[in-house]
Design a protein around this ligand. Structure first.
Ligand code: QUE
Length: 331
């Protein structure tokens, strides 16, 4: 099975079990996960939930490869995102303590399975990213909610560049809640199962944090619309890192990400996920998504041909109008 459920001492254990695919979430996993959470919500024998990934990584994201391979206007393109985003909302509303072990890679869809719980434990190997602009998509699973609420425009920066955070940075930004040394993780898991407590294992992160030192320049550069941001970066000390990074990303992805985060700032999590569902259907049916998946995950030549190929050709007003239309009652 790609996902396993166990009950141990009043703890509902969820194990993502596709280690060869970095535990990427597929439709069946999301459906089973949602059904189990619904059952455990009111099951008095379940006092808490623990989410872990089999192998060295937590979760690399949604299984976007199979979404792409399902073809034009496929039902999977609708069902996968609808199921995934509804699951994100169920986790947000889940009434019992919910702990995720963020070892190794934590990207995109993996963030959505864990960030809205109560605790995220990081360790030395933890790497966090929202890398979707590299595949013609956008930072979803509530990116418009949580990225738009990070200070200093750090969420805009993360969503556009796909920059990878280490454990110290995740803690500093409040994305992770606790740090545990790698060789203590098994003990922490056992102790949480036995008692529901995790405090005893927590130490300070050993990694250096660079992101906070750059917060003022990030704040200044990642303000305004995508055209402003490119102009800001051209003339800044972040140029080498981020102007060179962003010109490789999908221009439409970059443009929608900035507009999406602006709108998400004043919306509830449910409103954000509904808006993202609508946008997901527009984005997965564009050719850039096929280009991006082929370039990054299938042929792996990392040289996608985006269309339009630069942000100059993009009408921001059209994106704004698209995101503005009513998306309530999608769920
Ligand atoms: C951007 C992404 C994803 C990505 C790489 C990107 C993504 C995703 C995966 C992924 C990685 C390994 C796998 C797999 C999927 O990579 O969303 O099935 O085995 O799921 O640059 O958004």
């Amino acid at each position: 099975m790609d996902i396993n459920f166990e009950i141990k001492n009043n703890t509902g254990l969820i194990i993502l079990n596709r280690p060869k695919s970095l535990n990427a979430l597929n439709l069946k996993m999301a459906q089973d996960f949602a059904l189990k959470l619904d059952e455990w919500k009111s099951n008095k024998a379940i006092h808490r939930v623990l989410l872990i990934g089999e192998g060295n990584h937590f979760c690399a994201g949604g299984d976007v490869k199979s979404v792409h391979l399902s073809g034009n206007l496929s039902d999977l393109k609708k069902q996968f995102f609808l199921t995934e985003y509804k699951l994100n909302l169920s986790i947000y509303n889940f009434p019992k303590p919910y702990l995720s072990i963020w070892k190794g890679v934590v990207m995109g869809g993996g963030v959505g399975l864990s960030l809205y719980g109560d605790y995220r434990v990081v360790t030395k190997s933890s790497k966090f990213a929202m890398p979707e602009t590299a595949i013609g998509f956008f930072p979803d699973v509530g990116g418009s909610f949580f990225l738009s609420r990070l200070n200093y425009n750090i969420g805009v920066f993360l969503g556009l560049t796909g920059h990878v955070l280490n454990s110290s940075e995740m803690l500093e930004l409040g994305l992770a809640t606790h740090y545990c040394p790698e060789d203590e993780i098994d003990n922490l898991v056992q102790h949480f199962i036995n008692s529901g407590d995790i405090k005893k294992f927590i130490q300070n992160s050993q990694n250096k944090s660079a992101i906070f030192e750059k917060r003022e320049i990030i704040d200044k550069c990642f303000a305004g619309n995508i055209k402003d941001i490119f102009n800001n970066l051209k003339n800044s000390s972040l140029k080498e890192y981020y102007f060179d990074n962003l010109i490789k990303k999908c221009p439409m992805s970059l443009a929608v990400t900035v507009e999406l985060l602006k709108k998400g700032k004043s919306k509830s999590i449910q409103e954000c996920l509904e808006m993202e569902y609508k946008l997901s259907q527009m984005m997965v049916n564009r050719n850039d998504f096929a280009e991006g998946i082929e370039a990054v995950l299938i042929k792996k030549h990392h040289n996608p041909k985006w269309s339009p190929k630069s942000i100059d050709k993009i009408n921001l007003k059209e994106i704004d109008d698209f995101l503005e239309t009513n998306t309530s009652q999608i769920f």
